[in-house]
Write a protein that binds this ligand. Structure first.
Ligand SMILES: NC(=O)c1ccc[n+]([C@@H]2O[C@H](COP(=O)([O-])OP(=O)(O)OC[C@H]3O[C@@H](n4cnc5c(N)ncnc54)[C@H](OP(=O)(O)O)[C@@H]3O)[C@@H](O)[C@H]2O)c1
Length: 283
């Protein structure tokens, strides 16, 4: 049985599409609040999972800057509770981490061999989660995702916002001085499925190929949906945010490349596939 935490979230919605639900037990709060070790243990005793896909997290990067205890309680200690329960029964753990652990200005995309330097409360708490996994459990996969896209009709993140702005405005501002790499949540879940039984434990970057800025993404969305709106590149100082982002969070799937397991497409293809998957309002 595969146990999933945080299954009501965005990535969880793709787990529901891709995994065999007869063999998957989906949990979220309040049934399995990962901050409560007794609740975690109770579900483990009941389900006795062979594999755990740990998605539960506080994921609002800006909110985490002020709700610091919550971020560490869920993302770091919540992960420790899941890790220790896995250890007790020898379950394999898949932990989803973030490219946000890199927040520097390195010119080349970060690989799994680069040292993280997390600049935000969110990324530090996720990185502490990574450390708990590595220190306590041999049979683990830590998958670092990039700027996650997905969610379709419920998409309130950058792509969803851009799609609705294109239908309302003739001119859109988009930041061009920060770069990252995107991960379509569907592709991440397919990669979890691909790796889960390989026994090739360790840390992997799972992003689409090629670094891009929000401006690049906005331009590509306009091209795909046929919008004629003008897109104006601006600096990130035009949209001040509580959490300090580094200049680059761009990653490369170096280990997947070396193992010849990298099935992730170029970012433009991933964006096109995502936009084709739901009925966004044509502009
Ligand atoms: N989204 C991204 O851009 C991104 C990028 C890289 C990595 N990741 C990682 O990928 C994983 C999945 O992300 P996602 O995008 O699916 O996030 P999401 O949509 O926020 O889903 C996370 C789920 O976890 C639940 N949760 C929060 N606290 C919990 C707790 N104490 N116990 C159990 N469940 C709890 C959330 O419930 P509430 O909604 O009620 O809080 C939500 O249903 C996370 O570990 C995240 O850190 C995300």
């Amino acid at each position: 049985m595969i146990l999933v935490t945080g299954a009501n979230g965005m990535v969880g919605s793709y787990v529901k599409q891709i995994f065999d639900l007869d063999n998957t037990y989906l949990t979220d709060i309040p049934e399995m609040d990962v901050t409560d070790p007794a609740k975690v243990q109770k579900i483990f005793d009941q389900i006795k999972p062979r594999t755990v896909v740990h998605l539960a997290a506080k994921t609002d990067v800006d909110k985490c800057e002020t709700e610091i205890d919550d971020a560490y309680k869920t993302n770091a200690l919540g992960t420790l509770h899941v890790v220790l329960a896995c250890k007790k029964i020898g379950a394999t753990l898949v932990y989803i981490s973030t490219g946000g652990v890199f927040g520097g200005n390195q010119a080349d995309p970060y690989t799994e061999f680069d040292e993280p330097n997390p600049p935000t409360v969110y990324s530090r708490s996720k990185y502490e989660g990574e450390k708990f996994v590595r220190a306590n459990l041999h049979n683990h996969y830590i998958l670092r995702a990039g700027w996650m896209i997905g969610g379709g009709e419920k998409d309130k993140k950058f792509v969803g916002k851009m799609v609705s702005l294109f239908s309302e405005r003739d001119e859109i501002l988009a930041v061009n001085d920060k770069i990252g790499t995107i991960t379509y949540a569907l592709h991440l879940v397919k990669m979890i499925k691909q790796l889960i039984n390989t026994g090739l434990y360790g840390t992997y970057h799972v992003v689409s190929e090629g670094a891009c800025s929000r401006f690049d993404i906005a331009q590509e969305i306009a091209k795909i949906i046929g919008s004629k709106a003008k897109i104006v590149p601006v600096g990130s100082d035009r949209f001040p945010l509580p959490a300090p982002r580094g200049i680059s969070e761009a990653m490369r799937n170096y280990k997947l490349d070396l193992l010849e397991l990298n099935t992730m497409p170029k970012w433009q293809e991933a964006l096109r596939e995502y936009l084709a998957s739901w009925d966004y309002k044509r502009v």
